[in-house]
Design a protein around this ligand. Structure first.
Ligand code: ZN
Length: 143
């Protein structure tokens, strides 16, 4: 079997499909990804999508030139990490806000139940005091 029949839509040696997408040497469609390592921050690359190092093909190709100096690499790396942590913080804030709304609803429900219990307690206290009054009157009448 020739490689052309294995990858029928491949039209040149760089594995570019007719619609502009590419295939790795294993035959998987690959899309550009972005490196966020300290060595190559913000640099797009193509690589085999297979995770297992023993099975993946050797395709690994940068699409962009690297940043000119380590200063710029460190700067982009740090800015990316700062942005990532800010996104995580804002997600945590959103979760806390939602949790706060749920807790307010639970508190409102608990307050409503408490008001009902207070009314029942006051009613029962009234009945108890009334019975005490009646008992005291009966006891006093017996003397
Ligand atoms: Zn591959």
């Amino acid at each position: 079997m020739s490689s052309a029949s294995f990858h029928p839509r491949r039209n040149n040696r760089n594995n570019v499909l007719r619609d502009g997408e590419r295939l790795c040497y294993c035959g998987f469609r690959i899309n550009p990804r972005t490196s966020w390592t300290r060595k190559n921050p913000g640099r797009r690359f193509l690589s085999c999508p297979i995770v297992d190092d023993k099975r993946k093909c050797q395709l690994y190709q940068f699409l962009d030139e690297g940043l000119p100096t380590q200063y710029y690499k460190d700067l982009v790396f740090q800015l990316h990490n700062k942005l990532k942590s800010l996104k995580e913080e804002s997600e945590i804030e959103a979760d806390l806000y939602e949790e706060g709304i749920n807790l307010k609803a639970e508190l409102k429900e608990a307050n409503e139940k408490l008001q009902v219990y207070e009314r029942v307690f006051i009613w029962m206290l009234g009945v108890f005091l009334g019975m005490c009054f009646v008992i005291c009157v009966l006891v006093l009448q017996s003397f």
